[in-house]
Design a protein around this ligand. Structure first.
Ligand code: HDE
Length: 753
């Protein structure tokens, strides 16, 4: 279904016609200039807005104005004006006393322009600063009706949403592919008000009580003296904290697993983490945990790929999400709930539901699907939407309520508080992206950046002057009424329940649920991170923690660090693995995956066309890689080159197809890269060999035809090796796609042999 779509991404995003960009144009000829790119000198009718320039919704699906002003769309009028609407004559020169004279204080346009620029930045989020987001729609299945009265979960209800994904530790400009937890925050604009599900891609958290949040974040952020390292946990302060504060063990283990380096935001699970309380129309309550299940499956990068990508394409996840949506390969997740009886002890099968360092295995409580999320529109303005969106765990609607998880309680305080600073005052709910689509009739008044012009004289209750308006609603009129649950009475204490002190049974369950390849990745991740620490005591203490998860894990990491493996200090818990936790062993749809076709001018262009078509037909994105930019195939329909040997790196692709031996012989280097006397590989351009070997090491499917065997051999790869196929042009594609549907050729990883 996404063929047209993938075609669009391959052509529209990467250029379907020669351009004068860095990788376009027919070699040797000046690139044609598109008429639209010539700057007009006289006022002309503005260009019609592009699809991605449409402003935010002005009217909600229920007919309520959202407050957004479409007319303020940028670059839409004929004349430039000041902020006061006065037409501007010249915005390129300051007002001066003569061309070489001093600038005059009288120049209001200069002052206004620079003053505004000086204040364009707002404080970045203290955590989750780096993120990207998209608009979409949530289609309810109605299957949760028995447990909740929330109207947006009723059968056939469709609700607009905005979803922001993020890393936690890095600054706004940090790389996407770092090892970290990912945020997965969803704003549902329901008819009953906004509901925010502010989750992560990891179902547990480092701490059980919000009062520890500043501690874990201070430990994970860069060292206060040098402000390094950026966006990663591979440093002393992080490991110092998590080895002392062992309730962090479970979350840390997830971070060290492949979950810490997702392939794409589109291929991550999401979790509400805390247990929430649902209430149905009869007032019956059920405890639940929320899960987002991606239609494309859960997939990860390998660590070396993640590291290379951080340099080659720091925006890898942002680009992947934007491109997929732009080309119509809309990412989808099913929302599901695990349900538990709302008992007095709030335990399920011995698991404390109020402890956010614990999961409930899906084998004990299956995830029941309740609706489908589809992301179908990119933001039109990153700042207005992605930067200014303000999520809050306290944004609940009738039918969904909080529990007494102390982590959740702290969050309910924190999000309002942080937004007050970040968004500069209390009126951020009025920003277009934050506006509820339900009617607002509150009595908040004034404050910084107030945009409403309120009428009436009595913003207080009780009043008679405004006719007593507005009135309170009862449950029958859709009011949010907290569930009147019994609160256990007790002494005021700074203590945690006894069940919170089990820090190792669930990390052990996670470890035992992993396949050998996944375990190997975990061992490598711990070894890498700890080897980056300077303090011997921190490494030794962490090995002690690992011994309490599993002696083999501890022993292997100890070998890598060159340290003795300590014995466990706590008895190893006898736990049953949860196969649902492993990412390996199934096959998945491939929408929007990227296939590189590596060729050069002299090779089989007709074959390239055929493979391109086959890839597009399967809803994937083909990118043609050749020695130089431009087009191939002067004799037939031209094929645009999207990457050159100088810019392509294997980490961008999910699989590679080689046509013969690209870059062999005298034409091995594109003219731009030719170096006098540079050594030529007898077989191929060394950059092509690097593409091939790197992709092989990362377990990617490889195909070739037209004599590509010689290239494979030069890289030490045999055609009989796992995941290496000789195709017959496009006809070999089904085999390649089958390999790809398992995400990687797992047999190539030593642990799987
Ligand atoms: Fe957050 N968290 N958090 N968090 N969190 C923020 O709010 C906080 C926690 C999560 O895309 C902040 O607006 C505390 C768990 C996401 O805009 C801040 C505690 C989970 C996002 C804050 C937690 C999350 C945030 C910073 C411990 C997963 C990004 C900016 C009790 C369930 C939202 C902001 C976005 C952002 C506080 C723990 C997820 C400071 C005190 C657990 C996805 O308020």
């Amino acid at each position: 279904p996404v063929k047209a779509v993938a075609d669009k991404i391959a052509d529209a995003l990467h250029g379907d016609a020669p351009t004068d960009g860095p990788e376009g144009g027919v070699p040797g000829k000046p690139a044609p200039v598109s008429p639209q790119l010539v700057e007009p000198t006289q006022p002309v009718e503005p260009l019609p807005p592009k699809a991605d320039q449409s402003g935010p919704e002005t009217v909600s699906p229920t007919g309520q104005p959202t407050g957004a002003d479409q007319a303020r769309m940028a670059q839409s009028g004929a004349y430039l004006t000041t902020a006061q609407g006065v037409r501007v004559h010249d915005s390129d020169h300051s007002l001066k006393a003569g061309p070489r004279g001093p600038v005059l204080l009288q120049d209001h346009h200069l002052r206004e322009k620079i003053m505004h620029f000086d204040h364009e930045r707002i404080p970045e989020r203290v955590v989750h600063a780096r993120g990207s987001a998209a608009h979409g729609v949530f289609q309810s299945y109605g299957t949760a009706q028995a447990v909740t009265k929330a109207a947006f979960l009723a059968r056939d209800a469709e609700t607009p949403v905005f979803v922001r994904f993020s890393t936690v530790l890095g600054s706004r400009g940090s790389a996407d592919t770092v090892r970290d937890t990912r945020g997965f925050a969803t704003k549902f604009y329901t008819e009953e008000g906004v509901f925010d599900l502010v989750g992560n891609n990891i179902p547990v958290f480092f701490i059980q009580d919000a009062i520890k949040f500043p501690d874990i974040i201070h430990a994970g952020k860069p060292h206060p003296d040098r402000e390094i390292p950026q966006a990663q946990s591979a440093h002393d302060t992080f490991w110092d904290f998590v080895s002392l504060h062992t309730e962090a063990t479970h979350h840390t283990l997830w971070n060290m697993s492949d979950r810490g380096i997702p392939r794409s935001y589109r291929m991550m699970e999401g979790f509400g983490v805390h247990t929430f309380r649902l209430v149905n129309a009869q007032g019956v309550t059920t405890l639940v945990k929320f899960h987002w299940k991606p239609k494309l499956g859960v997939h990860s990068l390998v660590w070396e790929e993640a590291q290379i990508l951080a340099g080659v394409d720091p925006d890898f996840h942002r680009r992947d999400l934007f491109d997929a949506i732009e080309c119509g390969a809309f990412p989808q997740w099913e929302l599901g709930i695990q349900t538990f009886p709302d008992t007095d002890d709030q335990m399920f099968e011995g698991i404390d539901l109020l402890d956010s360092t614990k999961i409930v295995p899906e084998e004990l409580a299956p995830v029941q699907p309740i609706g489908l999320l589809t992301l179908n529109a990119n933001p039109s303005n990153f700042f207005a939407e992605v930067e200014q969106v303000a999520f809050h765990t306290g944004h609940l609607v009738p039918g969904i309520d909080a529990t007494d998880d102390p982590l959740l309680a702290g969050r309910n305080f924190s999000y309002l508080d942080t937004q007050l600073t970040r968004l500069g005052g209390p009126n951020f709910p009025q920003l277009p992206i934050n506006r509820t689509h339900a009617p607002v009739n509150d009595m908040q008044r004034d404050g910084m950046h107030q945009t409403a012009v309120h009428r009436g004289v009595a913003p207080y209750k009780p009043n008679s002057l405004d006719g007593g308006c507005p009135f309170f609603a009862g449950a029958d009129a859709g009011a949010f009424i907290e569930v009147p649950v019994e609160v256990p009475a007790g002494r005021k204490v700074r203590e945690a329940p006894a069940s919170y002190s089990d820090h190792f049974s669930q990390p052990r369950m996670f470890w035992l649920s992993m396949t050998p390849v996944e375990r190997e990745h975990i061992i490598a991740a711990y070894t890498f991170e700890l080897a980056k620490c300077y303090e011997q005591a921190v490494k030794e203490r962490t090995l002690g923690v690992l011994a309490n998860i599993d002696p083999e894990l501890c022993a292997q990491v100890a070998v890598g660090l060159g340290l003795p493996a300590p014995a466990a200090t706590e008895p190893l818990v006898d736990v049953r693995p949860s196969p649902a936790l492993s990412q390996i062993g199934r096959t998945w749809p491939l929408d929007g995956r990227v296939i590189g076709i590596v060729t050069d001018q002299a090779l089989d262009v007709a074959g390239v066309r055929e493979v391109r078509e086959a890839v597009l037909d399967a809803g994937l994105v083909p990118l043609v890689v050749a020695p130089a930019g431009g087009v191939l195939g002067a004799d037939g329909e031209p094929v645009t080159v999207q990457r050159t040997f100088a810019t392509a790196r294997s980490v961008e692709f999910d699989a590679l197809v080689f046509v013969g031996v690209p870059g062999a012989g005298a034409d091995a280097y594109g003219a731009r890269d030719a170096k006098a006397g540079a050594p030529r590989s007898p077989v191929s351009d060394p950059r092509v060999l690097a593409l091939l070997t790197e992709a092989y090491q990362h377990g990617k499917a490889l195909a070739g035809w037209g004599g590509a065997e010689a290239l494979f051999e030069a890289a030490g790869i045999s055609v009989g090796d796992p995941g290496v196929i000789v195709t017959d042009g496009g006809r070999g594609m089904p085999q390649l796609l089958e390999l790809l549907s398992a995400h990687r050729v797992w047999e190539r990883f030593p642990a799987a042999m």
